[in-house]
Every structure is written in structure tokens, then in C-alpha cells.
Design a protein around this ligand. Structure first.
Ligand SMILES: *Cc1c(COP(=O)(O)O)cnc(C)c1O
Length: 410
């Protein structure tokens, strides 16, 4: 097992310029540099303030539902005949996924900074719903940018955001999906930065977002460490999480980065297969580039145009990966795999049938990896998978795919 070769360890990253090795940074137009530096300063001040941390902890408990359970999946363990499998139950959180950890942290920060208006982007709608809910709770004005195509595909989520008082603005540019929604959110932020905070939804974008979002989610791994110690008296052998932008995975892994005996595996979306346009596995064919403020692995064509992506799960369907993941992949500290649409859908069904838990299609990519790995492991080894969200939002899509007998060929 490779160990991390960073003298000061995981807490020293990112460096003062927001880099994780060659990745990350602040690649933005000049007008955004000052707002980002102000945000970084406000964040650092809040994060070291006991009052802010206590307030966040209290809201995570009473509003979001932390701590989440660590659950032994007994029937899945028996079915696969290998490692003992635990689920970290982020699917039990309010609004259905880990995203509320970050939305709460950033909304409380916005309030502290005296901002009265919050904006966010959303693809499938999960981050939009988390942000809209938190804004309703805190009495903040909320505008969500969403591609017009996504609004059509996720009409129910649009309605949920509107019920919580958010204004949902459709974006008509380009492919009319997530990437364009982020561009519009950035444009709004530049224009309205005095009153407005931009709640970015993953461990992506310009510094300080990757660091800040990671820190809001690292409670996932801290709880897991405590809970597995209680349940088994030792650390796990392997952790597995799905990786879209990378927020649930880095939050889950962070507390274990300096435990060389704990193997860490991130699972990307393999879609229909690995030709450009058919998947969102950035480490399978992606190259170094800059997208939306951040230098990282990006799916792009030979001219450097951002590649089209596909995944059965909207939450994993993005051309760039969080910079911290790129760094720890180079170090050999986090390993990466991918699961196809078909594998994810199969894992979705197996989990529902054996455990009575319907996982999000995103999380089902991690479960697909569990189904491959667990049988290769000793029965006394411990494997923990981060169940990043629940699958209620995916039931209709899954039923269409299963009935079409296509095993995920959407
Ligand atoms: C958004 C989402 C993801 C992907 O985002 P990350 O930032 O990579 O965690 C994964 N799972 C669920 C349930 C999501 O809603």
C-alpha cells in the first residue's frame, strides 16, 4: 500500500494558492478574484470560531439528521460471500443525500457574511433542493440555476424547490444542462456579489470551494471511524464511494488518508462504455485542463473542447473531477474504478431486494464496485460503502430502464 508523501499531511492541503499539487487553483476572471479571497477569509474565520461550529453542529443534528447510522448489510454480505459490508447511511439525511452537509455550512456562512441572497446551480436537482430547503429555514432569498433540459427531466424536483420558496431559472445556452447552469450562476455572482453568496454544490470550482466543501463533508468519515471502532473494534480495510465532483467521496475518505492500511476506492460513471461522449470517467481518457475555475482532469476532445458526457445518474454526469482526487490519485493514495450504467442498475436492484434500501443511482455505482470487490476479500475483512443518497428520485427512471430490459441503456 502506497503512503501519502506529504510531509505536513492532508491538513496542509490545499496550499496558500489553493493548489493540491498541480491541481485546483483559482483560474477565474479578475472580477471574481476579490470575492473569492473574501469568501476564503470569511470561511477561515468562521471555521475557527466556536460559535459558528457549534451552530453548524446543532443544525446538522436537529435539521439534517446527523449522525447517520453505520449499518451492517447482512444479507448483501452473505449473498456476496466475502468481506463484511457496512453502509454509511447518508441516504437518511434530510432532502435525501449528503448534499445538505455542505448546503447548511455555506448558508450559515452566507448569513454570517451579511448576505441576504443565495444562488446555486443544480443538475438533477439534489443540490438545488438542499440549498432551497436550507434557505427557507434561514429566511434567505434563493435563486437556483438549472439547464432547461434538466428542468424538463426533473420536473418534480423543480416543483419541490419552488415549494420551498426558491426561484428556479431555466438556462437555455449550449447543451442546456449542468455546465451551462454553473456558467449562469457565476455570471449572477459577479453581478450581485455584494448581496449574494454562491453555494457551489461539489468539491470543485475555484479555490476556496474544493477545500470548503470537503471540510463541510469530512464529518462523514469522522463519524464512520468512530462507528466502525464501536462496532468492530478496529478500522475498516476498504472504503468505497462514488465520485461525481467528488464531495461525498472526499468527505468520506478524508479522515482515513493517513491510515495506510485503509484502502480508498473512488468509483466514476462508466456510462455505456469508454468512448468520449458515452461516459463520465475522467480518469479514463480525461486530460489536464481548466474548467470553471479549476485545473484538474477533464474529458475533452483533441482541441481541448469540453467533451460531452453520459451517465444513467445525473449526479455523476460532469466532465471534470475535484482537484483533490486528482492529487491523491497521483500519490497512489486513492484508487479509482468505474461502473457502467448496467452494473449500477444491477446493484440498485440487488440492494433493494436484499436490504430493503433503495439507493440513489449515484450511490449504486459504489455498490456495483462493492459487488465486485467483496467476494475477493476475506470474510473477516471490513468494507464500508458510502450510501450517498436515497433512490426515491430515481425510481421512475429505473422502472423505465428495467421494463425496457435494457439494463441501463438510457
Ligand atoms: C450529487 C450526488 C453525488 C455526486 O456528487 P459528489 O460531489 O461526487 O458527491 C453522489 N451521490 C448523490 C446521492 C448525489 O446526490
Amino acid at each position: 500500500m502506497t503512503t501519502v508523501d506529504t510531509a505536513a499531511g492532508r491538513h496542509a492541503l490545499p496550499d496558500l494558492t489553493g493548489h493540491f499539487g498541480p491541481y485546483g487553483g483559482m483560474y477565474v476572471p479578475e472580477t471574481l478574484v476579490t470575492p473569492l479571497l473574501e469568501l476564503e477569509a470569511a470561511y477561515r474565520e468562521a471555521w475557527s470560531d466556536e460559535g459558528y461550529r457549534n451552530e453548524l453542529a446543532a443544525q446538522l443534528r436537529s435539521y439534517a439528521g446527523r449522525p447517520t447510522e453505520l449499518y451492517l448489510a447482512e444479507r448483501l454480505t452473505r449473498h456476496l460471500g466475502g468481506a463484511r459490508i457496512y453502509f454509511k447511511r447518508e441516504d437518511l439525511l434530510h432532502t435525501g443525500a449528503h448534499k445538505i452537509n455542505n448546503a447548511l455550512g455555506q448558508a450559515l456562512l452566507a448569513q454570517r457574511m451579511g448576505k441576504t441572497r443565495v444562488i446555486a446551480e443544480t443538475g438533477a436537482g439534489q443540490h438545488g433542493i438542499a440549498t432551497a430547503s436550507v434557505c427557507a429555514k434561514l429566511g434567505l432569498e434563493c435563486v437556483i440555476y438549472m439547464g432547461a433540459v434538466d428542468m424538463e427531466r426533473q420536473a418534480l424536483n423543480v416543483y419541490r424547490m419552488r415549494l420551498s420558496g426558491a426561484e428556479v431559472r431555466g438556462v437555455q445556452a449550449g447543451q442546456r444542462t449542468l455546465k451551462e447552469a454553473i456558467n449562469e450562476a457565476i455570471r449572477d455572482w459577479v453581478t450581485n456579489v455584494r448581496s449574494t453568496h454562491y453555494v457551489l454544490g461539489s468539491a470543485l470550482g475555484a479555490h476556496p470551494y474544493p477545500m470548503m466543501v470537503r471540510n463541510f463533508h469530512k464529518i462523514i468519515g469522522e463519524e464512520t471511524r468512530r462507528q466502525i471502532q464501536e462496532a468492530e473494534g478496529r478500522l475498516p480495510d476498504e472504503l468505497i464511494a462514488c465520485v461525481g465532483g467528488g464531495s461525498n467521496a472526499i468527505g468520506f475518505f478524508f479522515d482515513f488518508l493517513e491510515e495506510p492500511d485503509v484502502r480508498l476506492v473512488g468509483v466514476e460513471a462508466g456510462g455505456h462504455g469508454l468512448s468520449l461522449g458515452e461516459h463520465a470517467a475522467r480518469f479514463e481518457g480525461g486530460r489536464l485542463g481548466v474548467l470553471q475555475g479549476c485545473k484538474t482532469f477533464i474529458l475533452q476532445n483533441e482541441e481541448g473542447q469540453i467533451g460531452l458526457t453520459h451517465s444513467v445518474s445525473a449526479g455523476l454526469d460532469y466532465a471534470a473531477i475535484g482537484p483533490e482526487h486528482a492529487y491523491y490519485r497521483d500519490c497512489g493514495r486513492i484508487q479509482f474504478a468505474y461502473a457502467t450504467d448496467r452494473d449500477a442498475l444491477e446493484a440498485f436492484r440487488t440492494c433493494a431486494r436484499l436490504e430493503g434500501i433503495i439507493p440513489a443511482l449515484e450511490s449504486s455505482h459504489a455498490l456495483a464496485c462493492v459487488m465486485k470487490r467483496a467476494p475477493e476479500m476475506d470474510p473477516d475483512s471490513l468494507l464500508v460503502v458510502n450510501l450517498s443518497g436515497r433512490g426515491d428520485k430515481d425510481v421512475q427512471q429505473a422502472s423505465r430502464l428495467i421494463e425496457a430490459g435494457s439494463g441501463g441503456e438510457s
